[in-house]
Design a protein around this ligand. Structure first.
Ligand code: ATP
Length: 300
């Protein structure tokens, strides 16, 4: 596996305002990494520096082994970009648009295969001005993929989508995983990051405040899992160090940072005492809880 993106000490200032304040990031081949952060956190600025559209103020950036600010034509051909908004040529059909883009590349993919990958085969002959919003986003992705890129950038791929269009878009992005593409995407949506990304980089106020899987992010803020079950009418407390509380709903719960150990203590005790732990479950904090903790800490 080789390193596709390597960023060290990246900063970007717009006049007096430092939008990116020292970002380090490594992305390996085949990974899907999400930048998750609130408005103005610096996601687009960072991604556009990686795409070669903006200049860094300081720091070093290597993307597919080159500095994007000085990249070659062959480097450009290895990059696929889906912008937040795009305007396809309205008179062309979906297929013609993809064919036209394919002609820019030395070794493009078959436009029909790309139509199929993004689920637009049925709309191949439809003029782009007649495509729905969701279909346009599919076409955007098709245009980014037809050059057979090694790395795909997706800037807020589902902003403004209704829930079913989002699910469909997620399916398309999942399909990219099977092609072995490396993907860097930005999003405001916790569930999107969790669903699609191997690793999530939480960006707040120009800094990566945490990076890892959803579980690793939860651990990084010391988030506790809840082990809960339906309390018996005369529920005795489990042994120390487990501290049980019983909610008004009648569910007993203990907080845990080591669920393997704590479940062992709880279930051994329950078996020994002949106590049923009805509806036993382990619930981890949502990524939203973790995200709010991380971005709240960064802003405090
Ligand atoms: P969003 O989720 O709203 O797209 P973002 O995380 O992508 O936000 P950026 O667009 O990178 O954030 O913006 C980071 C900061 O830099 C913001 O304060 C923004 O106002 C500022 N900024 C971005 N582009 C420029 C520019 N061209 N000139 C001046 N300031 C800018």
């Amino acid at each position: 596996m080789s390193r596709v993106i390597e960023v060290r000490g990246l900063t970007k200032s717009y006049g007096e305002h430092q939008a990116v304040r020292g970002i380090d990031l490594d992305v390996e081949e085949g990974e899907i990494v999400a930048f998750l952060g609130p408005n103005g956190a610096g996601k687009t600025t960072t991604i556009e520096i990686l795409e070669g559209f903006r200049r860094a103020t300081s720091g070093s950036v290597r993307v597919l082994g080159e500095d994007p600010a000085r990249a070659s034509q062959s480097w450009r051909e290895d990059i696929g970009i889906v912008l937040q908004e795009s305007e396809p040529v309205p008179e062309l059909t979906a297929l013609e648009s993809i064919q036209m883009h394919a002609s820019y590349y030395l070794a493009p993919l078959d436009p029909h295969a790309v139509l199929d990958l993004v689920g637009l085969t049925d709309s191949a002959e439809q003029r782009t001005m007649k495509l729905s919003g969701g279909q346009k986003r599919r076409l955007d992705l098709a245009l980014a993929l037809v050059g057979d890129p090694k790395l795909v950038f997706l800037d807020e791929p589902t902003t403004g989508f209704d829930p079913s269009a989002r699910r469909e878009a997620w399916g398309m992005i999942e399909a990219l995983r099977a092609t072995g593409n490396t993907v860097l995407l930005t999003t405001h949506y916790m569930d999107e990051a969790e669903q699609l990304a191997d690793r999530i980089a939480v960006i707040a106020d120009g800094l990566i405040v945490a990076v890892g899987t959803a579980n690793e992010l939860a651990q990084s803020v010391g988030a506790q899992l809840q082990i809960s079950w339906q309390a018996a009418p005369d529920q005795p407390p489990p042994p120390s160090p487990l501290a049980m509380s019983i909610a008004e709903t009648g569910r007993a719960s203990v907080s845990s940072t080591d669920p393997t150990q704590d479940l062992y203590i709880l279930t051994s005790w329950a078996i020994e005492k002949g106590i049923a732990l009805d509806g036993l479950e382990v619930v981890r904090p949502t990524l939203e809880d973790v995200y709010l903790t991380l971005t709240g800490e960064a802003n405090s």
